[in-house]
Design a protein around this ligand. Structure first.
Ligand code: G6P
Ligand code: ZN
Length: 543
């Protein structure tokens, strides 16, 4: 083994977005592209010397190669130890857990989450800090800064490291511990939930289908749901992780998880349908014919969490991202605990969780999680639902209907306009931003604006401020429209329009979602002048 310093030069555009650096795979495969970003990360955290890291990814194309690069660079930067998932596999929540469990200094997670994988698709790298959570904005800014001045990276000259066998090996001054990707995570789940009650639920004939979408949760789902909890073989579908996710789009929503949705709306629908994304942090929950929106799922999980052992003592607080509906806030109010509203991005929950201000967090983008790790956690959400179903002995739709009866219903939908020319998307936002101040009191498509502003977040723990986090407009009658540009796309800009309409406490909870949202949607189109600015009002995806 020989230490090696390799000369390099800055590469443009290595600015991490909502969740790490995400680019086309071929971009990551360009000479020094990955190396520069990894070295910049080591530089931004004050070097790798003497440190322990966790490394793993969702198994997509280029995962294995990228891991070899990172392992060698960790050794080159003087790291003491790297813990890596067998064959380079770790789900994002499992990586977060391993960082915390082993008191590591941080971790590299290779994934572009729910984006398709393959040489012509997407790849990504994310650094998580010692708390197990995504790097703060301050740290990602430092990383970006370092990418603009980089002149060399450190690595070692050695053959590729065998990651197929569990165990510890030495590589000069660094040890590499290859671990089973599932076992520590499974033990954590067993410590949170009543596995006996869930086992009994399956024995009683309860049926479910968990769609792993050919992504990382296949082995986790099989080990936990089928082997540990006794769900019949075949409960986990698409359970073999593939480098291209079977050419699918591993995003658990009614559009991309259509195969599951079709089953759930058929005569043979099982009691519960669930799915997770590329790296295992997102979830979708659907009962017989009843899709549960992520915003509702957060609220329902929060309202019932005390039924699971880990949350029996109650919750400290509930946090949601700003575009997520206020359903969770209503639960917080009833429970007499605090509700927090953060910008989009799981990293913003980290401080609140670390400071014990919140126990449960969630986002409209199919993410829910708790203080057990510092990432959202797809299987965790599924297991909490199972635990609640096992205790309440009601169906998913009964639980949802009961929730709406108690709290009122937050009708909710997101419209995504993908691959919009960046300048046009920016113009639209800029144009709307410029008119926000004059909107209050005016009517659009028959709805009067009550407030209009651009969301800024003041972190109550460290006092940091994050500006430009979305344009939000509320209407008379408890309607809301939010405009944001996605921070996770890899092509042009994705405009997100989030629509919400509250039914009121004793209002109509049985409307069709898009019908209930029609007025807010029309008003949003009129206010934003979307047709004129981006030339579209027909979204690519509706969630
Ligand atoms: C990732 C992040 C989430 C975020 C989502 C959508 O999954 O982890 O925190 O909500 O992307 O982000 P975007 O910027 O594309 O709306
Ligand atoms: Zn993900």
């Amino acid at each position: 083994m020989k230490f090696k310093t390799v000369k390099t030069a800055p590469i443009e555009g290595q600015m991490p977005g909502t969740s790490g650096l995400r680019k086309k795979t071929r971009v990551f495969m360009e000479p020094n592209y990955l190396e520069n970003f990894i070295q910049a990360t080591f530089d931004a955290i004050g070097g790798g010397a003497g440190k322990t890291f966790v490394v793993g990814g969702d198994g997509r194309y280029f995962n294995k190669d990228a891991i070899q690069v990172i392992l060698k660079m960790a050794a080159g930067n003087g790291a003491t130890k790297v813990i890596v998932g067998q064959n380079g596999i770790l789900s994002t929540p499992a990586a977060s857990h391993l960082i915390r469990l082993n008191k590591a200094d941080g971790g590299f997670i290779l994934s572009a989450s729910h984006n398709p994988g393959g040489i012509d698709e997407d790849f990504g790298v994310k650094f998580n800090a010692a708390n197990g959570g995504p790097a703060s904005e301050a740290l990602t800014a430092k990383v970006f800064e370092a990418t603009t001045t980089i002149s060399a990276f450190e690595t070692i000259d050695t053959d590729d490291i065998d990651l197929s066998r569990i165990g510890t090996t030495s590589h000069g001054n660094m040890t590499i511990q290859v671990v089973d990707p599932v076992s520590d995570y499974q033990a954590l789940m067993e410590s949170l939930f009543d596995f006996d009650a869930i086992r009994a639920l399956f024995v009683s004939g309860f049926t479910m289908r968990f769609d792993a979408m050919h992504a990382v949760t296949g082995p986790y789902g099989t080990a936990i749901l089928e082997n540990a909890l006794g769900a019949p073989a075949g409960t986990v579908t698409n359970g073999i992780p593939l480098e291209d996710f079977g050419k699918g789009h591993p995003d658990p929503n009614p559009i991309w998880a259509k195969e599951l949705m079709d089953v759930m709306t058929s005569d043979n629908a099982p009691d519960l349908g669930a799915a997770s994304d590329g790296d295992g942090d997102r979830n979708m929950i659907v009962g017989r014919g009843a899709y549960v929106t992520p915003s509702d799922s957060l609220a329902i999980l929060a309202a019932n969490a005390h039924l699971a052992p880990a949350y029996a003592a109650g919750l400290a607080g509930i946090a949601r991202s700003m575009p997520t509906s206020a359903a969770g806030d209503r639960v917080a109010q009833k429970l007499g605990i605090q509700a927090f509203e953060t910008p989009t991005g799981w990293k913003f929950f980290g401080n609140l969780l670390d400071a014990d201000k919140v126990t449960i967090c969630g986002e409209e983008s199919a993410g829910t999680g708790s203080n057990h790790v510092r990432e959202k956690d797809g299987l965790w959400a599924v297991l909490l639902w199972l635990n609640i179903l096992a205790v309440r002995k009601q169906s998913v739709s009964e639980i949802v209907a009961d929730h709406w009866k108690t709290f009122g219903r937050d009708y909710y939908s997101r419209f995504d306009f993908e691959a919009v020319a960046s300048d046009k998307a920016n113009d639209m936002m800029q144009n709307l931003r410029g008119r926000l101040d004059g909107l209050t009191g005016k009517s659009f498509a028959g709805l009067t604006v009550v407030s209009a502003d651009e969301f800024s977040y003041l972190d109550p723990v460290d006092g940091s401020v994050s500006n430009n986090q979305g344009l939000r407009i509320t209407f008379e009658g408890d309607g809301r429209a939010v405009f944001r540009l996605s921070g996770t796309g890899t092509q042009g800009a994705t405009v997100r329009l989030y629509l919400g309409q509250y039914s009121g406490q004793n209002g109509d909870i049985n409307q069709d979602t898009q019908t209930a949202l029609q007025n807010v949607r029309d008003a949003a189109f009129e206010i934003s002048e979307m047709q004129a600015t981006i030339g579209r009002v027909d979204p690519d995806v509706i969630t």
